[in-house]
Design a protein around this ligand. Structure first.
Ligand code: F6R
Length: 249
């Protein structure tokens, strides 16, 4: 079976090169559209990308003054001052070091009193901003994208979700123990992500190799959330050799 839209697969020479390729694609988007809307991810994978964006901003090559950002997800129960919250991560890794306007940076609020209303509002803000021009994604070892765990629907929207034991275990490396990892999160939905005009999924390291193979080479299936991206008209995988090591085709 031939797919109508084939993803672009860039295999970088190493992890650093993968960060450089991703930063180049983001910079290209902002060169074409200085008031662009970026969808951003947290986690270990994009740290090198944010470092490069900060350096390029300092070198006068990147201006964030008209940029709007929307992050994928946030833990429920963690506020912006908590050092494991995704708002805190974004401030530390990127926002505090570039000239982005704080009011134009959006991360779901893990302390929202009314979550159903908050997630509707989040979607509405994305719409009002004109939609996401470029969405950066990482991938979980179990194929999750954002916090859309296996079983998430292709048309799911921003919502509250339960984290799987796999994800709690993987993310416990940042907490004192697995018991401290929040059990619930707010995540953009897969349907929300698929509306982005361009998607870049970045993966590095051997632990991601199986999830990458399944996402690219297995049939699209809600059991493998990243595989639901297949068919998006502008999807690029940026991989290092280790994460690409199980690709057969
Ligand atoms: C983070 C996110 C997650 C991560 C994924 C990979 O905002 O949405 O889906 O992208 O868990 O995390 P790392 O990069 O730490 O391996």
């Amino acid at each position: 079976m031939t797919r109508v839209n084939q993803p672009r697969i860039l295999i970088a020479s190493d992890q650093e090169d993968a960060a450089r390729c991703t930063a180049d694609l983001m910079q290209e988007t902002l060169r074409e559209k200085p008031a662009g809307v970026l969808g951003l991810a947290t986690g270990s994978t994009p740290i090198g990308v944010y470092r490069l964006l900060v350096n390029r901003h300092r070198a006068g090559q990147l201006d964030f003054s008209d940029v709007t950002t929307f992050n994928l997800d946030e833990y429920i129960g963690l506020g912006p001052e908590h050092d494991q919250s995704y708002r805190y991560f974004m401030q530390q890794q990127l926002f505090d070091h570039v000239n982005v306007v704080r009011e134009r940076t959006h991360v779901p609020n893990g302390l929202a009193a009314n979550i159903p209303e908050h997630v509707r509002d989040y979607e509405e803000r994305i719409r009002q901003a004109g939609g996401i021009d470029l969405q950066l994604l990482g991938i979980g070892n179990n194929g999750h994208i954002a916090f859309n765990e296996p079983g998430s629907a292709i048309d799911s929207r921003t919502r509250q979700v339960d984290l799987t034991e796999d994800t709690i275990e993987a993310n416990s490396r940042f907490f004192n123990s697995a018991a401290e990892v929040p059990r619930h999160a707010i995540t953009m939905g897969i349907g929300t992500i698929l509306e982005s005009r361009r998607i870049i999924l970045m993966a590095t390291g051997k632990a991601k190799a199986k999830a990458i193979r399944v996402a690219i080479e297995e049939p699209s299936d809600p059991g493998n959330p990243a595989s639901l991206l297949q068919g998006h008209s502008n999807l690029t995988f940026v991989l290092d050799p280790e994460s690409a090591s199980e690709l057969k085709r």
